[in-house]
Design a protein. Structure first.
Length: 542
């Protein structure tokens, strides 16, 4: 990890280097007049005493604990650590040039050798702390590792399973071979269907209504709305057709890699730069029962906020009190400078005509209601973009598969899993059947075997079934991934006392983190009686 150079300098200037013995020699001179060590020390205590005292005590606590535990760190090991830090700092912050590092140190009145001496103190402290942690690890960490390795209370289950997936991407109820055999016919039917819909549009049918009923693509639930962010989604032919179309125009049937489209240019989103504040009322976060009640509650909340602002309350004050937007709420709703699209297409339509220094009405967005106080607006015509809606029918394998399986997939998977269970109970080989039928790529080749099953690997659905199974018995379990045929092959119990030495060795090989060192120092402080008596003289004249 790259170390901040400024932090290194701060640590050096704040920590200092332990004295090698009492001395009264001046620390320097000004025009041959000596700067007394006593005056310098008094000034240092006055300016940095509290902060340095804490760091110095922390080092002493770790050193005492290490001595008591007979942990020693050689000068060679400390030197190697300092060398490594120097190399990392020079490479990371100075392009590998030591002269650049030395020049930066000189700005702080330090030589490279002085830097090394100071870092020697800090690295020794770190290494001693790491030694203490590895010699006496936190028992909670050891027990946590025990449960991860050997299961809760040291109980592990050996199981075998066959997964029948309910994920359209991995389910095998419709294969690529089946798709290949009917690919051209599927594309022809999709084109005919879109041509029919286009005819209905020419006779006055509502585009959004048809999109909600027929489209399989992005924005279908919003009437096919893509807004102004449609570039890069469907390829050049789609984009060229949209660019050539007038507002209100509907395209011919367009082909993309994933399927066929009808596109309609619904308007122009003006390019602009805005600055303003918002208050947001979330429908999802609003407390209430039914979706309708949540909607009504969120709307009532935003109307109340608007009334408060119009009555004279400061917008920032109201935003801090009621807004559900975690980013802008702490700063009084301040959104700063933003571009069209930031608050959604619904807000864009309002912001284009909302007078500057005015408050918007409640605007319904996809997730709630928003009030906008518009502080600035600058139109940028060169950034105008067409807004587009489309009706999409998939013709690629994944899209066709999703359409064909639809809401039937869970029922198909459950029926297949129950059929596989019946075959196994009639004597078929579990491993052979798993290799042929399982949709779990990680265990299929091993015949579905999981030698060490860990709780929550597949979720509570499978865990609950396993808890009731006797060894050698089988059942069907439902999880988020699908329906599993599972067999309990055995139970292995591990004794914490027996495996603890292995766990300690494993922990000793892991790198000690900074939070672990900080926690160690905190524990040592809690055990020690520390009294601070920094009564520096007020005079610090050289």
């Amino acid at each position: 990890m790259r170390t901040s150079f400024s932090l290194i300098i701060f640590a050096i200037l704040g920590c200092g280097t332990p004295s090698k013995g009492p001395t009264t020699a001046p620390v320097g001179t000004i025009d041959d007049d000596p700067i007394s060590r006593e005056a310098f020390t008094n000034a240092l205590v006055a300016e940095q005493g509290d902060a340095f005292f804490r760091r110095y005590v922390d080092r002493l606590l770790v050193a005492r604990a290490a001595e008591s535990a007979k942990i020693a760190i050689s000068d060679e090991k400390v030197k190697a650590a300092v060398d490594k830090e120097a190399e990392r700092t020079i490479k990371g912050s100075f392009g590998g040039q030591q002269k650049g590092f030395e020049a930066k140190l000189a700005e702080y009145g330090l030589s490279f050798e002085q830097w090394r001496i100071n870092r020697h103190v800090s690295e020794r402290h770190r290494l001693l702390a790491e030694g203490l942690l590895k010699s006496s690890p936190d028992e909670g960490a050891v027990k946590g590792l025990f449960e991860r390795r050997y299961g809760k209370d040291g109980v592990r289950r050996r199981i075998s399973h066959v997964l029948v997936s309910t994920n359209p991407k991995t389910a095998r109820f419709y294969t690529s071979a089946q798709y290949g055999a009917e690919r051209e016919a599927l594309a022809a039917r999709a084109r005919t269907r879109l041509e029919t819909l286009r005819g209905q549009l020419e006779k006055g049918a509502n585009f959004a209504t048809l999109a909600k009923a027929h489209s399989e693509g992005k924005g279908a639930s919003d009437g096919g709305d893509l807004g102004a962010d449609w570039t890069g989604l469907f390829g050049r032919p789609f984009e060229d057709a949209v660019q050539a179309a007038d507002v209100g125009g509907v395209s011919q049937v367009l082909a993309s890699k994933k399927g066929l489209h009808l596109a309609k240019v619904t308007g122009i989103r003006k390019g602009a730069r805005y600055r303003g504040r918002i208050i947001f009322s979330s429908v999802v976060a609003h407390k209430g029962g039914t979706p309708e009640e949540k909607e009504a509650g969120a709307l009532a909340k935003i109307k109340k906020a608007r009334a408060d602002v119009l009555a004279g309350k400061a917008f920032a004050e109201v935003a801090k009190a009621v807004s559900d937007d975690p980013v802008t709420q702490p700063r009084g709703g301040d959104l700063g400078e933003f571009a069209p699209g930031r608050l959604g297409s619904e807000a864009d339509a309002v912001l284009e005509s909302l007078p500057v220094k005015k408050l918007s009405p409640p605007i319904r967005t996809k997730t709630g209601f928003v009030l906008v106080y518009l502080e600035e607006r600058e139109f940028r015509p060169n950034r105008d973009k067409k807004t587009v809606s489309h009706i999409f029918l998939a013709t690629d394998f994944s899209g066709v598969k999703k359409r064909k399986l639809g809401g039937r997939l869970d029922g198909l998977a459950k029926a297949k899993a129950e059929g596989l269970l019946a075959r196994l109970r009639n004597g078929e080989d579990f491993g052979k059947l798993a290799r042929a039928e399982s949709d779990d790529e990680l265990t299929r080749l091993s015949g579905g075997s999981i030698p060490t099953y860990r709780p929550n690997l597949f979720g509570p659905g499978l865990d609950g079934v396993l808890a009731k199974l006797e060894q050698g018995r089988m059942a069907v379990a439902k999880t988020k991934r699908g329906h599993h045929v599972v067999r309990l092959d055995g139970v292995v119990r591990s004794d914490y006392a027996v495996v603890r030495p292995d766990l300690l060795r494993e922990l000793s090989l892991k790198q000690i983190s900074k939070p672990q060192v900080e926690a160690l120092v905190k524990r040592l402080r809690a055990k020690a009686k520390i009294v601070k008596s920094l009564d520096a003289p007020t005079s610090t004249t050289p």
